[in-house]
Design a protein around this ligand. Structure first.
Ligand code: SF4
Length: 372
């Protein structure tokens, strides 16, 4: 049996705090869908207003905020390692547009497979994927199929493939990697992670985002090059405590691989390897974005809006944003129902330089039908 939500609205319990937040939010048009300030007060932390916001709601609120205020593609959970790719995942990546952004948006809204970009398949003569794409033939075929699916390759008569358009290498500019740590009282391995990011310097800037008050002791422990934002997910206020220093993203870097009691394994990563990984990260971010893909099949969930960004998974039972990956019959509040229909592409479109439906996509699709 589910616990019921009872008692007065949060603002009745907390006095003017909620009222103040409501004024700030309405003025800055942060929360357009929630007309009731009791909901506003419970958007992130229902039970204990002194509690620190969990990392997932903090991350989504920050992404919504960045989407509203920065001219950049915003994405979550992007691999940020080179020699040890699973070793580092960047919480939030902001990809600023480069000179060829328009050409990239015209190509496809999806991530273009890296092996397809790197292959010998060009825009002219059609090539056999097994010959033009590196790796075993079955994998080369899979890469080609995916590239056709996303609209980067097209099939020619005879089974070969060619690029629909030249890949615009200069579509992205500055990469900003953001590490989220809402509560600096429980830093975990934060310092090591930030040192890794600065030492490898894949991103042009690295920033720590926190909700905590940042003390001098914190500043001393965080690598100097790392910028610091203090972000309040309830009001959407972001204070730049320290500016990030530009990193040598176009030079060789040193990747910290593993720590042992008496030694740390490192690898020197060349400028070329870094450039390759930067493009992979930007591509992944372009296709992925930051919203959750699927909402849970639960009657308690709904799509909420923050800072005019739609598509945040709000749970009525938990009275806060939740991670759908943790939803299911094991949750005591689970109430089976059809998941709400949230068109992620539709709510994302127009909010960043990303384009959901490039012109000519329909034409490419009909081309696929012809040769498929
Ligand atoms: S399953 Fe998810 S949406 Fe449903 S009540 Fe639990 S946390 Fe909320």
């Amino acid at each position: 049996m589910k616990a019921a939500h009872e008692g007065p609205p949060a603002h009745a319990k907390t006095g003017c705090i909620t009222e103040r937040i409501l004024v700030v939010c309405v003025t800055q048009r942060h929360l357009v869908r929630l007309g009731d300030c009791s909901r506003l007060a419970t958007f992130f932390r229902p039970a204990n207003r002194g509690a620190v916001v969990r990392e997932f709601p903090f991350e989504l609120a920050l992404c919504a905020h960045l989407e509203a205020h920065e001219e950049a593609v915003v994405a979550r959970q992007i691999g940020g390692g080179v020699r040890a790719p699973s070793n580092r995942v960047i919480d939030v990546l902001c990809v600023e547009p480069g000179s060829e952004m328009e050409a990239r948006t015209a190509l496809t809204p999806e991530t273009v497979p890296d092996r397809a970009i790197e292959s010998d398949v060009g825009v002219g003569r059609a090539r056999d994927p097994a010959e033009a794409i590196e790796g075993p033939p079955e994998r080369a075929q899979r890469v080609a199929e995916r590239a056709v699916e996303v609209g980067f390759f097209e099939r020619a008569v005879g089974g070969g493939v060619r690029q629909v358009a030249r890949y615009p290498e200069d579509w992205f500019g500055k990469l900003v990697a953001v590490e989220n740590k809402p509560d600096l009282a429980t830093p975990g391995d934060l310092r090591t992670q930030l040192r890794k990011d600065v030492s490898l310097a894949l991103a042009d800037e690295v920033v720590l985002a926190t909700e905590s008050y940042v003390t001098g002791a914190h500043l001393n422990r965080i690598p100097e090059a790392v910028g610091i934002w203090r972000f309040d997910p309830e009001t959407g206020e972001r204070e730049v405590v320290r500016e990030a220093e530009p990193l040598g993203s176009d030079e060789a870097g040193v990747e910290l691989l593993e720590r042992h009691p008496l030694r740390t394994d490192v690898a020197v990563v060349s400028a070329e390897e870094k450039a390759h990984q930067r493009r992979r990260m930007a591509e992944r971010a372009y296709g992925k974005g930051w919203r959750v893909g699927e909402f849970p099949a639960c009657d308690e969930i709904e799509s909420a809006t923050l800072e005019e960004s739609e598509g945040l998974p709000y749970c009525h039972w938990k009275e806060r944003i939740v991670n759908p990956a943790n939803c299911g019959p094991d949750c005591p509040g689970h109430d089976p129902a059809d998941p709400p229909e949230v068109d992620v592409a539709e709510v994302r479109d127009g909010r960043t330089p990303w384009v959901a439906e490039p012109e000519g996509k329909a034409r490419r699709q009909s081309g696929l039908d012809r040769f498929g």
